[in-house]
Design a protein around this ligand. Structure first.
Ligand code: HAM
Length: 436
């Protein structure tokens, strides 16, 4: 298709109807589990003041350093397309006085995000995440519940068995102060074995060196000092209790001391779901505690924990697992007609069938019966209703079972109710969508 004049920008994809089946299904599962757990949905704007992301995700993170789409308004203000949602959710939490709501405040989102990274499998410039945030509660039981909901969603999407839960603690900010010094001391003199990014980060953000994906950096990271050695008693207790709660919930996890996550706002618990086949490169989702973020953004000291998963990656794992979501786009009935009077009658027939919840298509722009029936075949319709001049005159209609290839002539009157019964008891009703 490279000779086309216009194509979507690099790393940005259309979501075609077949993939929307997956999107819709994932949204349904996410909504179901979030509602069950008392979460309410939030959407923050597609772009925010650039400082919102700098202050939260961190100046020295990859995302802020090189992956944001930043632009300037006509009045010179700098904005960025949102690379993730936690920062915007915290900004909205403060802006709308949600800190006055009963705690914990539980919010979830299903949103597009943007990161300017090198496009490759599972890494795009526009992608979607579903995620949830719990604000106002410090208990490690909440961390366990957040992880459990993420796991239940993975289970209902059919991919839980393909993922391994990686778990670590990065302690409190005080713990990390000491640890950073230990790390800088350890890496000093080894700079030449580090990749360019790590060499640059060594003094600003040395913990990121632990989860670099370059082979040489990984070897050095495996021998680096461990955070465990500087964890305070409180931090150790938090992590110990979290593991006890996860054990109680029957969740399997792997302790991974090199997991630090790429965003600066975390403290204590960090976790990711990795593909058992592809490892860290393509985590479906990740999250953790971010106890200092609300305060850093100008609010009161508010503990918080959250998680987000990539929808495109989730879909690719579902496909690998052979999961096909239910096809709600299927055509139940195709209405074919011949002649002007039949066409007029078929118009209201089509609408009445749709009104009782039957997916109905009619090719009212096509004139030949052969063309219309060819389309009914292509659309894989379950039934066809055929209305010609003879049927109009006799007050009948032809009902064709497309799967069996059999047909019968039935009275036109009562055909809507009959089709409702044939297709699983759908009835004419005055119930409105908003009454569901
Ligand atoms: P994150 O690990 O940066 O965390 O992103 C979460 C997930 O989004 C990743 O595991 C991945 O599946 C997906 N993802 C990230 N970047 C891309 C990309 N370029 N293309 C496709 N998928 C991508 C966060 O965003 C945190 N806000 C999670 C969180 C919520 N922590 C606490 N609350």
């Amino acid at each position: 298709m490279s000779n086309l004049k216009y194509q979507s920008p690099k790393g940005v994809h259309d979501i075609l109807p077949d993939d929307h089946l997956y999107f819709s299904f994932i949204k349904k599962v996410v909504r179901h589990h979030c509602r069950r757990a008392g979460f309410r949905r939030i959407s923050t704007p597609i772009f925010e003041n650039v400082e919102v992301f700098k202050r939260s995700i961190g100046e020295s993170s990859d995302i802020v350093e090189k992956e944001m789409f930043v632009f300037e308004s006509k009045s010179g203000k700098r904005f960025a397309l949102k690379p993730e949602s936690t920062a915007g959710v915290v900004r909205a939490y403060l802006e709308h006085g949600m800190s006055n709501l009963p705690k914990p405040v539980e919010l979830y989102y299903i949103e597009p995000h943007f990161r300017y990274n090198r496009p490759q499998k599972g890494r795009y410039r526009q992608f979607h995440q579903f995620g949830f945030e719990v604000l106002g509660e410090a208990d490690p039981a909440i961390d366990a519940q957040v992880i459990y909901i993420a796991h239940r969603i993975n289970q209902d999407l059919g991919i839980a068995d393909r993922l391994s839960l990686q778990l670590n603690t990065i302690g409190s900010s005080d713990d990390r102060k000491q640890f950073r010094e230990d790390l800088v001391n350890y890496y000093t003199g080894k700079e030449r074995s580090l990749c360019e990014d790590c060499r640059r980060r060594m003094h600003g953000n040395p913990m990121r060196l632990l989860d670099c994906k370059e082979e040489d950096c990984q070897i050095l990271a495996s021998m680096a000092p461990k955070l465990e050695s500087v964890l305070s008693e409180d931090s150790q207790e938090h992590f110990k209790l979290l593991q006890e709660y996860l054990n109680e919930l029957g969740l399997k996890y792997e302790l991974n001391s090199t997991l630090v996550r790429g965003l600066d706002y975390y403290s204590h618990t960090v976790f990711e779901f990795w593909s058992k086949h592809e490892g860290a490169q393509n985590a479906t989702g990740g999250g953790g505690r971010y106890n200092g973020l609300v305060e850093a953004m100008g609010g009161e000291d508010t503990p918080a924990v959250g998680y987000a998963a990539g929808i495109e990656r989730t879909i690719s794992y579902m496909k690998e697992a052979g999961i096909r979501p239910p096809n709600k786009d299927k055509v139940d009935i195709f209405v074919a007609q011949l002649g002007l009077v039949a066409k007029k009658k078929s118009l209201s027939l089509i609408n009445s069938l749709r009104d009782i919840g039957i997916n109905t298509v009619g090719a009212i722009g096509k004139s030949s019966m052969k063309g219309q029936m060819g389309l009914a075949d292509k659309l894989n319709a379950k039934y066809s209703l055929i209305l010609g001049q003879v049927e109009v005159k006799e007050g009948t209609i032809i009902l064709r079972n497309m799967e069996r290839g059999s047909q019968e002539i039935v009275p036109f009157e009562g055909i809507v109710e009959k089709m409702g019964e044939l297709l699983g008891g759908r009835k004419l009703s005055s119930k409105k969508l908003w009454e569901e």
